[in-house]
Design a protein around this ligand. Structure first.
Ligand code: UDP
Length: 316
């Protein structure tokens, strides 16, 4: 039995990690300042082995007693969110990562950083493998997230090399599933919410940009295996099934049986044109590859959004 600290544990991916470690029999402390996370994601966790601390990890962190694993997931992660909270995003990736690494060093805990495919920016190598250094615009609107995560990776490696902290870095590609917020701003929640309400589905640009979407269950399994491995360099976790954004919009309209039309809105600045993980490393080291198809994952996510939208409407 281990004690696990999950920063950002009330967020989308973080809350599934809380579930997973509790299911493994571990004690879980979730730390979140709830700027984009929500207690709704953890309210089902009534276990005495679970505790929640409402705290901003950019401040000095004090935790009493032993901590075995720390997973650092605190950060706004949707482009809409990190553009609304640019300074907080930069601070949690830089100051927050420093504080959490300091805690890992103090406790002798293993540390796992939630990094991102955004470290590759608008990539000039396709698909992206972990040896690619990326193509990021530091002064563009996405720079606040991309550079914060790149700094966080550098800080993690420095603590690993100089302070001998046992670290892991996961580069998370687009992930989706139940518990995403209706107004999260990302493609899948936007399209599902719009399709279920028969509103226009907002495709940005001509929709020919590509993404590769991983279902949350597969993502959590990959992260869990990486934590338990002994590998310190970054590992991509994502689903290599690549598709255009307009293709995704059509699939969601079809699966929801919606009467929505697709409209083309302006493409946000620096929106990556392509994205697809090369998961050779995860496959070799973790024996991991995604299991859930896009259709199955979308169906499960649509069911969740139906309930959520129903509740939101009944509260009007
Ligand atoms: N996108 C879109 N319509 C939306 C939201 C997003 O066309 O309502 C596009 C966005 O421009 C990007 C892709 O969908 O090309 C994925 O965007 P998302 O915000 O999900 O994540 P990103 O991969 O950009 O971090």
């Amino acid at each position: 039995m281990a004690r696990v600290l999950i920063t950002g544990g009330a967020g989308f991916i973080g809350s599934y990690l809380c579930d997973r470690f509790l299911a493994e029999g571990d004690d879980v402390t979730c730390m979140d300042n709830l700027i984009t996370g929500s207690v709704d994601n953890i309210s089902h966790l009534q276990d005495s082995r679970f505790s929640f601390i409402n705290y901003d990890v950019t401040n000095y962190i004090y935790i009493k007693g032993q901590v075995d694993y720390i997973l650092h997931f605190a950060s706004p992660a949707s482009p809409l969110d990190y553009m609304e909270y640019p300074i907080q995003t930069l601070k949690v990736g830089s100051l927050g990562t420093h504080k959490v690494l300091g805690l890992a060093r103090e406790k002798g805990a293993r540390f796992l950083l939630a990094s991102t495919s955004e470290t590759y920016g608008d990539p000039l190598v396709h698909p992206q493998n972990e040896d690619y250094w990326g193509n990021v615009n530091p002064v563009g609107p996405r720079g606040v997230y991309d550079e914060a995560k790149r700094f966080a990776e550098a800080m993690t490696m420095a603590y690993h090399r100089y302070h001998k902290v046992d670290t892991r870095i996961v580069r998370i590609f687009n992930t989706y599933g139940p518990r995403m917020r209706i107004k999260d701003g990302r493609a899948i929640p936007n399209f599902i919410a719009q399709a279920l309400s028969d509103e226009d589905v907002t495709v940005f640009g001509d929709g020919m940009q590509t993404r590769s979407f991983c279902y949350i269950e597969d993502m959590v399994e990959g992260i869990y295996r990486l934590l338990k491995s002994d590998y310190n360099m970054p590992v991509n976790i994502g689903n290599p099934h690549e598709m255009t954004v307009i293709g995704l919009a059509r699939e969601i309209i079809s699966l929801t049986g919606s009467r929505s039309e697709i409209v083309n809105n302006p493409l946000p600045e620096d929106d990556p044109k392509v994205r697809q993980p090369d998961i050779t490393r995860a496959n070799n080291i973790l024996r991991w590859k995604p299991q859930v198809s896009l259709t199955d994952g979308l169906k499960r996510t649509i069911e969740y959004f139906k309930t959520k939208i129903g509740v939101a409407k009944s509260n009007l």
